[in-house]
Design a protein around this ligand. Sequence first.
Ligand code: DGL
Length: 270
Amino acid sequence: MTDRNSAIGVFDSGIGGLTAVKELAKLLPNENIIYLGDTARVPYGSKSRDTIYKYAAQDVKFLQSYNVKMFIAACGTVSSVLADDNDFCDGLYTGVIRPTVDAACNLTKNKKIGVIGTAATIRSRSYERFIKEIIPECEVYSKACPMFVPLVENGYIEKGCIPTEEIAREYLMPLKEAGVDTLILGCTHYPLLCDIISGIMGEGVALISSGGEAGKFAMKVLKEKKLLSDRKDKGRIELYCTDSAELFEENAQHFLNGLDNVTIRSCSLD
Ligand code: DGL
């Protein structure tokens, strides 16, 4: 049985879902959070739907063993490819699509929204479909950015990093030229490239973090269901990864700054 003081379960293919953890830790510092980054199998974005389904089900099963009160797929790929079949998860669940699309539709003034994500995310057209449900006349410009996840996982994230700047310019110029005023960072890894992306898109373009929006949305749902913790102490953040914990710590350094009460362990999913 879960209750209000059970942990919140968050998963992603790698370190990107920590954008949701950061938001949760900021908004709800007393919550325990269990995170799984499937670093041994990242990226998910180049895999088939069936493989992504199998991985998501295994990720959820792992979190289930910690009796979590809510599952967050802090992964744009899982959320969009499996947008219509969440039956891999038995319990309170959110992906990133709906919260992110709501934020983008609230922000856009010229009704031109850009979406960037992994190849699988863009192929699924889920962001586009959800946007059109809210603003049917919205012009949506989508672009797969398959090189971004490996660049982030390997730490090529600083402004001025020439390979990342060049690849980003190649991906983003068509969206800039289309005149989008809002850009959905549809993969939870991408906020780490925020400086580079905003440098190219310009200050007038609002960037929306899908992980951050999922964190805010989860808080709303837990509040509505009266499932927010009543713990007085600071919550614990337990991070699990399927590859080396040392490597995870090294690659996730940017996320970990400012978070305390964190432990990192390696785990296996079988
Ligand atoms: N953070 C994941 C996402 O949002 C990374 C994708 C991948 O593993 O390819 O899609």
